[in-house]
Write a protein that binds this ligand. Structure first.
Ligand SMILES: [Zn+2]
Length: 209
């Protein structure tokens, strides 16, 4: 079985929120990225926390610490944070064959199709797969591009063997993935505004390096 992990990229440049070296449980990490997670349906069997923990381990391999927050109301959201929406009952015609997409060039939104993740992995592997889907899509946002690697977390098409491997230990990043993550992070300002954003003055950018 060939599993396609999708990215419907497009739109304008942007990024998620990054602060330097602070955040709950992120002490000592170089970069902290804030990610809000919202379950868009009422299935209480979904436990994104287990997937979040796995995604954290994966991104820690690249020196990135994720600060996970539940999203209850839009007004609670910090500006420039990444927003993940987990939905179910996906119409077959909506991005057929993909588990999720990230708006890599918009820099904020990720949507995960929980029913497809669940169907592909089964109960024993579902959290490992969800963790990898989260890490994959967050990486697209942080890198700011729709690019894939030959192997590992950023592979475009995971096989069944890849998914089984995920349950043993997290898939790795390729060296180029890590380089692009760090390059993406350098474009961020300490306050969380992006370098491409007029609010981010050049001196703030240089201070972030
Ligand atoms: Zn992708």
């Amino acid at each position: 079985m060939d599993v396609k992990i999708g990215v419907m990229a497009a739109m304008l440049a942007g990024v998620g929120m990054v602060t330097q070296g602070k955040g709950g449980g992120c002490n000592g990490q170089v970069s902290v990225v804030t990610v809000y997670v919202k379950c868009g349906f009422g299935d209480m069997r979904v436990t994104p926390k287990l997937g979040e923990g796995i995604a954290s381990k994966i991104l820690a391999q690249a020196g990135v610490c994720i600060q996970w927050k539940p999203l209850w109301r839009k007004a609670d959201r910090e500006e420039h944070a990444i927003v993940v929406e987990i939905t179910s009952h996906t119409p077959e015609t909506l991005s057929p064959g993909v588990f999720a997409y990230a708006r890599a060039y918009e820099g904020v939104h990720i949507r995960i199709f929980w029913d497809r993740v669940q169907r592909a992995a089964g109960p024993g592997l579902v959290h490992a797969l969800l963790g990898h889907v989260l890490a994959h899509e967050i990486t697209h946002i942080v890198q700011g591009i729709d690019r894939h690697s030959q192997e590992g977390v950023m592979k475009a098409h995971w096989t069944t063997e890849d998914i089984v491997q995920m349950a043993r230990q997290p898939l790795p990043f390729e060296q180029k993935d890590v380089m692009l993550i760090h390059r993406g992070l350098e474009r961020y300002c300490p306050a969380g505004a992006t370098a491409r954003n007029r609010e981010c003055a050049p001196q703030q950018l240089s201070a972030a390096k």
